[in-house]
Design a protein around this ligand. Structure first.
Ligand code: NAD
Length: 329
């Protein structure tokens, strides 16, 4: 089986090359371009393509892949909001993903963002490097004894519930389905109760039509003053202009974002020489209580190994014509 691997970074090649020794039937060609309608035709002669969170796996891309004889898209990630799965089904292209590589990797990053915002670690780090040992602007609050509100308690949300519980926090959660593994220490309540009753709100639901702009000015107004908001899920769960309005209203003690609406053209690119014009991200970064990371929640050694292993197993499952729980329906 021949796979064209889009949007290759050095760490992708390292983890997939290490895993390939266990999959002698698979050959990978790595390219730097991301998958989109301009680059899809490069897949001619390949059985499958491997794509990632900022790839464009929309209607036009899928039509081109189909015309070039590609019938498998291997998403090396959990989320698939960038895939037109209805179009893929219509064209007979199978989409497979890695739903469960390391929920703890993302949950630990969510807590890292929450702590960094709460204790202004980014500011403290820079102050001390400048020989400024004063504490002005660094005061946070104890998480112990406070309430965490987790929206979406699937794999990553459940890991975040366990971490918050370990910090001595009361844990409230909102999800359409109650996770039975959490029943001893999580209280399921309505979305409004999570919003109004939590000192730390962390988003772990997928991006769907129902969750698009779940955090908007109306939901922000329901939050308690001095809340910390963390988003490691998908950028469009939060309406950025409304978030900026909420920050200007002094609603938040801190906002930690691993994902944000404008991220697609930034993700994993070095744009440090550019002037980011008309950028709401730049506006967000102008606030002292906002910390943004570049979609790195998944980025641990364990997660990268698991992603490579499962992606290659997916390719073999496809080659064997077997069904899989990793299929995107
Ligand atoms: P999951 O499918 O295990 O859990 C998602 C949970 O959200 C489910 O329990 C589901 O019932 C719930 N949900 C769905 N719609 C909801 C709604 N409207 N309101 C409340 N809850 C709702 O998924 P997961 O593995 O925990 O991943 C969650 C998300 O994290 C992914 O969709 C992806 O977008 C994101 N993610 C980010 C990174 C990163 O690097 N930052 C890495 C992996 C995944």
């Amino acid at each position: 089986m021949k796979i064209l691997f889009y949007d290759t970074k050095s760490y992708d090649k390292e983890s997939f090359d290490a895993a390939l020794s266990r999959f002698p039937e698979i050959e990978i060609e790595y390219i730097k371009y991301d998958l989109d309608p301009r680059t899809a035709s490069l897949a001619e002669g390949f059985d499958a393509v491997c794509a990632f969170v900022s790839s464009n796996v929309g209607e036009q891309t899928l039509e081109i892949l189909h015309s070039k004889g590609v019938s498998l898209v291997l998403m090396r990630c959990a989320g698939f909001n960038n895939v037109d799965s209805a179009k893929a089904t219509e064209l007979g292209i199978r989409i497979m993903r890695v739903p469960n590589y390391s929920p703890e990797a993302v949950a630990e990053h969510a807590m890292a963002l929450a702590l960094a915002c709460n204790r202004r670690l980014y500011k403290a780090y820079n102050k001390v490097r400048e020989n400024d040992f004063s504490l002005a602007g660094l005061m946070g609050f104890n998480f112990h004894g406070k309430t965490a509100g987790i929206i979406g308690t699937g794999k990553i949300g459940a890991a975040m519930c366990r971490i918050c519980n370990g910090f001595g926090m009361k844990v409230l959660a909102y999800d359409m389905y109650q996770n039975p593994d959490l029943k001893d220490f999580v209280t399921y309540v309505s979305l409004d109760e999570v919003l109004s009753g939590s000192n730390l709100i962390s988003l772990h639901c997928p991006l769907t039509d129902d969750t698009y702009h779940l955090i908007n000015i109306e939901t922000i107004k329901k939050m308690m003053d001095g809340v910390i908001l963390v988003n490691t899920s998908r950028g469009a769960l939060v309406k950025t202009d409304d978030l900026i309005e909420g920050i200007r209203m002094h609603k938040f003690a801190g906002v930690g974002l691993d994902v944000y609406e404008e991220e697609t053209k930034n993700v994993f690119e070095d744009r440090s020489d550019e002037i980011l014009e008309h950028s709401t991200t730049a506006r967000l970064l102008s606030f002292p209580n906002v910390m943004i990371t570049s979609h790195q929640g998944f980025f641990t050694r364990e997660a990268m190994e698991a992603i490579a292993e499962t992606t290659l197993e997916n390719a073999l499952t496809y080659a064997a014509g077997k069904e899989s729980k990793n299929d995107v329906k």
